[in-house]
Design a binder for this molecule. Structure first.
Ligand code: GLA
Length: 401
């Protein structure tokens, strides 16, 4: 939705006021490779997308916080002093969770605000619409309250909001990617220490295509927690040989192979084998990108999917069909599921001149085999969370230029 329309919507919702309305934006994210690695302390390679969540926000004279979105009917009005008990099992839990975490880190709201969100990330597609909502709230409130902006701190605070207030046990990757994204760059993040670098993602002649299976992600929370528990079990077993390790990604492939039989349970051993190899694949992917070797990068994407399907078992029929069909297109270098799995999206690296054909042919074959109508987004890698230019200025720039 255009900025001017959003502003009219804001004024319709909250009325006029002399205080300015400020605009903020946080992207969604796609993970290029390094899946189910963040909570195991290894390397991930996500990137911010160009679509995301826009927030319009205005200060109030009192201590009332009002939240609304263009995406859902549900709205909330609450006093700043009542935020801790404001869990509603609604979308508002994400921004309220962030406000709570700000309070708990001595940066609680000193006044009330009016907030209107507008998200253009497909919901429940595994492209981090929730992280985007959290991070844009944190960034905007820290800015308006005059606090120092530290993007890693914003990612951690948003993750805590999700873990503790919303009650989802996610890792750090999504919030970090949304906070630290950079145009045309992927983010190489070591999740154990939060050291990171921006890796140029130059794919001249190729593009990323995200394919939404539109399969509802059933049981994702319980299966996700089960995988985390299996990784912890693998660590406990391997500690017999490596007493100092606390996270699976601390081991090299050689160290793991030498002692893998310490893990008695076949399933748990397979989960650990995925983590060790996937962590390695991320490092190899970065080398491939640095050498401009997109063919190698595509092979690693393919290997990642196969491991998530066979060893980690977080894919599903719909994701596998979409990936299989994507790989049949001449011009696809690699294709894999992205995010937690059990539905959601695939990401494929495709020659630009084959993109149109990809969308038509993969779409038709997928629909025929699953009965579900998929959606495709040809994406560019975008920037992380930021404040947007005030509307009057934007309009002027548009007019002049
Ligand atoms: C979800 C979680 C992330 C990460 C991925 C799997 O997106 O929110 O923290 O664990 O799954 O890589």
């Amino acid at each position: 939705m255009e900025a001017s329309k959003l502003l009219s919507r804001f004024e319709q919702q909250y009325g006029a006021s002399p205080a300015p309305v400020r605009f903020f934006h946080a992207p969604g994210r796609v993970n290029l490779i390094g899946e189910h690695i963040d909570y195991n302390g290894g390397y991930v390679l996500p990137a911010a997308l160009e679509f995301g969540t826009t927030l319009l926000i205005r200060e109030r004279e009192d201590h009332c916080v009002r939240l609304a979105t263009t995406n859902f009917e549900y709205q909330l009005e609450i006093d700043v002093s009542a935020l801790a008990d404001a869990k509603q099992d609604q979308w508002t839990d994400y921004p309220i969770g962030v406000m709570n975490q700000l309070q708990q880190s001595d940066r609680g709201l000193t006044k009330g605000y009016e907030l209107l969100f507008h998200g253009d990330i497909p919901n429940g597609a595994g492209l981090s619409s929730s992280a985007s909502l959290e991070v844009v709230t944190a960034y905007a409130l820290l800015t308006l309250e005059g606090h120092h902006i530290d993007r890693t701190d914003i990612a951690l605070l948003s993750q805590r909001a999700e873990n503790r207030f919303v009650g989802v046990n996610c890792g750090i990757m999504d919030q970090f990617a949304v906070a630290q994204g950079k145009l045309d760059h992927a983010i190489l993040l070591l999740c154990d220490t939060l050291e990171y670098t921006h890796v140029p993602f130059q794919t001249d002649g190729y593009c990323l295509i995200i394919g939404n299976t539109n399969k509802r992600r059933g049981l994702v929370d319980s299966k996700y927690n089960e995988r985390r528990a299996q990784c912890e079990e693998a660590v406990r077993a391997l500690q017999a040989a490596y007493p100092h390790m606390t996270l699976l990604a601390h081991l090299t492939a050689e160290q793991f192979e030498a002692e893998a039989d310490k893990i008695a349970d076949d399933t748990v051993r397979a989960r650990a084998a995925h983590v060790i190899a996937e962590n390695d694949r991320v490092k190899q992917s970065v080398d491939a990108l640095k050498n401009n070797d997109l063919i190698r990068f595509g092979e690693l994407m393919n290997a990642s999917h196969d491991s998530l399907r066979d060893l980690y078992e977080v894919s599903c029929e719909e994701l596998d069909i979409m990936v299989k069909e994507a790989r049949c297109i001449e011009g696809t270098l690699g294709s894999r599921m992205t995010g937690a799995g059990f539905g959601g999206c695939t990401v494929s690296l495709v020659r630009e001149d084959a993109a149109e054909q990809f969308v038509v042919r993969v779409g038709a074959a997928y629909e025929e085999q699953t009965g579900l109508h998929p959606e495709f987004y040809i994406c560019r890698v975008g920037d992380g969370v930021r404040e947007l230019a005030p509307l009057a200025k934007t309009a002027k720039i548009d007019k002049e230029g």
